[in-house]
Design a protein around this ligand. Sequence first.
Ligand code: SF4
Length: 348
Amino acid sequence: MTMDNTVTQAHEAEKSKAETMRSKDDVLLSVQDLKIWFELRKFGFGISGYVHAVDGVSFDLHYGETIAIVGESGCGKTTLMKSILALYQPTDGEIYFEGRRLSKLRSSEMREYRSNVGYVQQDPYGALPPFMNVQTILEEPMIINGIKDKEERRERIYRVLEEVKMSPPEDFLEKFPHMLSGGQQQRIVLARAMELEPKLIVADEPVSMLDASVRVEILRLMQSLQKRHDLAVIYITHDLSTVRYFSERVFVMYAGQAVEKTLIDSIVHDPLHPYSQALMEATSDPDAENATRFRDVPPGEPPSLVKPPSGCRFHPRCPYKIDGLCEVEMPPHFTPKPNQMVACWLYR
Ligand code: SF4
């Protein structure tokens, strides 16, 4: 047995001891009635309105749980993600991580929070500094987060590169991002997100810019890392077909709001909200062997978030609109089936 294997096994044993002390029912992240509005300003006239990018979103995420947040461009999912990464302050509502309010964290606590949340960007090439080689890219976050021991940093880099299947690691350490394929770049982004041993990974459309041939590979790699490390994952995507790779629950967002929250099987086999149904209709499978469907996208355009439609925000596009109700009153959340919440008057 090599020294590296011994270190890895001791490390895994220590981690699993810590993990048994918490329950899977414990809440890791809680988003409570979150609103993120951006001011619109006219020069010399002050605030002329607000972009209601996220408008009253709530959910709990448990340790080791995976959820997908799904919707078209402009639905607010990226703004929601950035507020979870503490890049935006809430206009209203709160985000809690392990019971602590993000908006109240001091700078040292915020540094600890950031080390607990790994971020996988959409564009791997844009996410990696072109002037750094792989070793420097992976070493820098550890130095920033106070890992002073050079040997420990080396062990972590080797371990994480093996985990993302960049093996043997020494073949990649001196390479710069432009010398790697798109799939390899995304593996390095994943390695960087994993190396500080986060409790949560936020993945923003992690395969949408990759060739079709490597998408499934990266999704399966993320799935295996999630299982091995019992990671919580928030997976942001416009493509419902990819969520089944590692999501347990799905939130469908439309115009800044969650319109359906349910389990992955329910959204695939029995979506309830007319918008979720339209999204499912537009779904193709990233795995070529299963790519049997590719249908029309939902008709119409997402609404303006400056002046969102009255009542149900989907009503201008909805084929089932109930006249006199849907365009007047915003539907509350109904639960027509266990574990399936839907904001639609059809289920009143
Ligand atoms: Fe359609 Fe009305 Fe349901 Fe909105 S509330 S999705 S407009 S049926």
